[in-house]
Design a protein around this ligand. Sequence first.
Ligand SMILES: [Zn+2]
Length: 458
Amino acid sequence: MGRTHRSRQRRAPKSITHPADHELHSLHVLYGQLNGLGWRNETQLSALHFPQTRRGLCSKRQGFRAGDELIRLPADCLISISTLESDEKFKALFNKDLFNKDERLSFQALVACYLMHQQHLHDTSKQSAFSAYLDTLPRSYTMPYFCIKSELQCLPEALLERIVAQHRQLSENYQIIKSLVGTQQCECCGLLYCEDIWTLADYKHAYFTVNSRSVYLNPRLLKAERSHFQSLLSGNTNLALAPFLDLFNHSDSVQTTAELQLSKSGKGHDYVLVMEAAAKPELQPYEQLFISYGALPNLKLLTDYGFYLERNTHDFFEFSLADIEHFIAQNRKTSSQTYHRNIFKFIREHNLYDQMFVHIDDGCSHNLRVVLHLIFKQQAYFPNILNQIAFGDAVQFVDVQPELSFLVAHKISEYRDYVKALNQLSQLTESGAVARDYLLECVRYLRDFESVHCQSSE
Ligand SMILES: [Zn+2]
């Protein structure tokens, strides 16, 4: 275990700073509350501010190698389905008679309600069991979802699509919450739910808190005594909020595992994170400790978590059929040609537009190659012949290099225009600034792809 390679106490490098006083205070209270629930902080983790990520975790005393535990947090510290099921006041807000099997709620949305519930207790009576945790949560988020209208107008389709999907999901769930809770008045203060408290703005914030900070959890190991919410929920309940543990930032250069294990005392479970592999053989005290949220590309990191990684090893760049159509319309050579609509119909019917991406190491994906070939390199438009071509010998798709190069170049110029448009706005919100920097990272990625895979272009 980690203790065997404890190093001598070191000083923190100058670039690493302590959080501001109010944050330090909340963290201190959080340590105390989690300690009361059985957490021993065996790896001596501290939350500090690092130059690249701002807040993050390190150990001031201990070094870490592959196989070491990063944290062992008792399951009682988590906000999981069993927390919600054992909270009588919270359950009382959701009248089972109103549950409708056609209008179910995602578990994520219900946990968001729980956060709003605790926040209101905290605001009105300081009685929330999770007060310290609530105080350590970010006040605002940087997903493109929170971009203002003028910024949204400068974002590419690929981002807008995700934002629209998030809007739809959020408002559908909020309508259901409103129909269940909205007419009630709060016992403590008489305020009306979903009007004065649990407002849409509160809900959005809580929803993205859950979206970006929850951990995966096998709920079968947590005995939820009764199941008040069972007939309300769609999908599974395999996520939980993990106070303090959620301060670990993500890196693409580490591998970590997370699982519920029987606690050492034999009573209950611990949520245990283990570092399986890292970029270096040993991490020194004061070096930030990262975990892996999964092998996620930047688009996913940005839209769900509000950040991206430079030179993310899991990144790729995806194209849509609309991208190819735009490219055809704007390119002088291709726009003068006609493309039989059967070809586009065939591509859509066979889902060939799915998985059309470029990858810096692997080149052009199979589907992108097939689609470019079908559109630009063959004359047939009868479905049976298209079938033979699309699902026949893969070797014949190698001839799409010029089209691929044009497409990549087209995308680079399009993204540069979006960046330019964002830069022309008088001011960017934090979400807008992160989105702009993400677009620049996409341009960098595509430029690198171009230099490796499209030598003959331009
Ligand atoms: Zn109240």
